[in-house]
Design a protein around this ligand. Structure first.
Ligand code: KG4
Ligand code: ZN
Length: 344
């Protein structure tokens, strides 16, 4: 296989990304640059991503991100072989910014264009970082996503289950808000949980009694709210130790259900998975990671947790997924459309 150098663009949520990834033949892919321009401070006051603000910021920043990525790789646009862009799913205004920018670059340079499914970008990341072979099980856990994917090929994904309500990152963020902790909630809940007693509150393990790999997190968040309100009315407020115990109990419940459903998903895979891989911001959680590593070990499979920068939204994963799709024969034209919804 020839050497391919790919420029990737990502703008589906609240990070504007551009990256250059190169793969020579069958050798390990190299990330030549990976630029992420975040929007956290833009949305901070609103307690969540505001789609209109996100779209405008993507439109303003995408060209800058592209230029920085090319500069970082030390290449002009003509030094690239392919342009890959997230074409969905995501917030449509942002996805449109990326797709329009990519089309403009492709039209101006004559380079081929490939539209990438954002979820495929996450799902193929373990191949970029660890050269993982097919098939493997991917647990995608972020602020917006929660699903089990059996990854069988570049374009072959089987969804084995996922959340029926909130994503786990969303639940971490809401729990942080309930307890007056900083956003994003995941890291602050994890920090607050250190030294807490996970057994003090009997939080539910939603859907564990139901067969299959579906998950639910909204009831867990409500249980934390009730426990908080109970403490506040009984003692007039929350003590530091209460917050620690609430966080530890919540984190333990999330990790428990994810671990058990992962065990089921591993046994539901049609052929024996080469590894259990994780992606998404929630995969940064130490308690969850340890629990998942145990599950993988118990069934005798590997555990692959890519570096955090590549687990969260980034354009290197889009460049690499575009490269894999291109090698598999995918091409898109100027009729490539931005899709708010796009199941794998
Ligand atoms: O993948 P990501 O950066 O963005 C998308 O959602 O697309 O994930 C962000 C989510 C947030 O909800 C954040 O609270 C959560 O990942 N998160 C964590 C941790 N670090 C980030 N959740 C639990 N524990 C963490 N250490
Ligand atoms: Zn994502």
């Amino acid at each position: 296989a020839q050497t391919l150098t790919v420029l990737g663009l990502e703008s589906s949520c609240d990070d504007t990304g551009a990256a250059v990834v190169r793969q020579s033949g069958q050798s390990a892919p190299e990330i030549l640059s990976n630029v992420v321009i975040g929007q956290a401070e833009l949305h901070a006051a609103f307690g969540g991503v505001v789609p209109e603000l996100a779209a405008r910021a993507h439109a303003e920043k995408i060209d800058i991100a592209v230029q920085q990525a090319l500069d970082g790789a030390g290449l002009p646009l003509s030094g690239v072989d392919l342009i890959a862009v997230t074409a969905g799913p995501g917030l449509i205004g942002g996805v449109l910014s990326g797709v329009m920018c990519a089309k403009g670059l492709a039209a101006g340079s004559g380079l081929p264009l490939v539209g990438v499914n954002h979820l495929a970008g996450h799902a193929l990341t373990p191949r970029l970082t660890d050269g993982l072979g097919f098939p493997y099980l991917m647990l995608l856990v972020s602020g917006g996503h929660c699903q089990f994917l059996s990854v069988e090929g570049v374009d072959r994904f089987t969804r084995l289950g996922g959340t029926i309500d909130d994503a786990p990152g969303e639940a971490f963020d809401k729990v942080a808000r309930l307890l007056g902790l900083a956003q994003p909630g995941g890291p602050s809940v994890e920090a607050a949980a250190r030294g807490g007693d996970p057994a003090r509150f009997a939080f539910p393990r939603p859907l564990l009694d139901r067969p299959g790999c579906d998950l639910s997190f909204s009831g867990l968040k409500t249980a934390v709210l009730r426990a908080r309100d109970g403490l506040v009315s009984a003692q007039g407020g929350l003590r530091t130790a209460d917050v620690a115990d609430l966080c530890a109990g919540f984190q333990d419940a999330v990790s428990d259900v994810l671990a058990e459903k992962t065990r089921r998903a591993l046994s539901a895979c049609s052929s024996r998975p080469a590894a259990l891989a994780v992606a998404g911001g929630v995969a940064a959680n130490g308690v969850l990671r340890a629990r998942l590593a145990q599950v993988a070990q118990a069934v005798g499979t590997g555990f692959c947790a890519p570096p955090l920068k590549l687990c969260t939204d980034n354009a290197a994963m889009i460049a690499f997924a575009g490269l894999e799709a291109y090698r598999a024969g995918h091409r898109d034209g100027m009729d490539l459309s931005a899709r708010p919804r796009w199941p794998l």
